[in-house]
Design a protein. Sequence first.
Length: 318
Amino acid sequence: MASAMTPVRRLGLGLAAVGRPGYINLGRERDLPSDRSVDALRARTHELLDAAYARGVRHIDVARSYGRSEEFLADWLAAHPEIGDVVVGSKWGYTYTAGWTTDAERHEVKDHGLATYERQRAETAALLGDRLGLYQIHSVTPDSPALTDRELHARLAEAAADGLVIGFSTSGPAQAEAIRAALAVTVGGAPLFRSVQSTYNLLETSAAPALEEAHDAGLLVIVKEGMANGRLADPHAPGALRAVAEGLSLGSDTIALAAVLHRPWADVVLSGAATAAQLASNLEAAAVDLDAERLARLETLAEDPRAYWQQRGRLPWH
């Protein structure tokens, strides 16, 4: 289902950072208001959606575990009935458990069972209705029961027959293995999954070959965490990235996302911006053409995936 898009339309907006008061992105104490009430974050989310749509963004990413992200998006869509060209993707498989706090012992609980799918599918439908176009299993790993549960596959196939695009997202150091296992899942002899959303950035490149295979198989490939949860944004960006950015008089975030957009298999690259200024800087990536020398300098930043995911796991919720 992959198709050619204008440069900006290859960029989407993910609401993980603004749908709940706590998340693991660096710099949240600077990016978000001290008032992180539901109303305050609803207003911030709507500000970002307004700005993104005005700039040409047409893919919005939410999830059941992103606090009230689905609710905030549903409110925005209801306030703009004239908007009918936005692709809305959501995810199931994690339940938000933080109770609108930043210091919960557990912020989300993972379960890929059929009962969780049925419950969360109903919750998503109640908020987004027929505006939902893409529904993904959240953070599939090679040991996920979602890869082998035939009853679940049958239910997902029913949703696909009703017009919903069924996909999956991945996380962890074995993303490539999970992607290839999911590509092999069939129902009635036909592939079940039509989209994949994976972490790929200058620090974590291990999923690239499998994502290219998914793209070649006709799946929509969505890239998440292109900013590595803030590690590739100023002032945290590594020296090689800062040098390339300074040489082009652009932000490190712009260059980091431009490098991802350079991959022809990346159909949609998500911005996880929490401020309008961040969003504007992220979207500049669509106009950046990186030459081979700069790309080679940036490719030296790649880390061992196990080390990358260990560091990500140590990032605090705040």
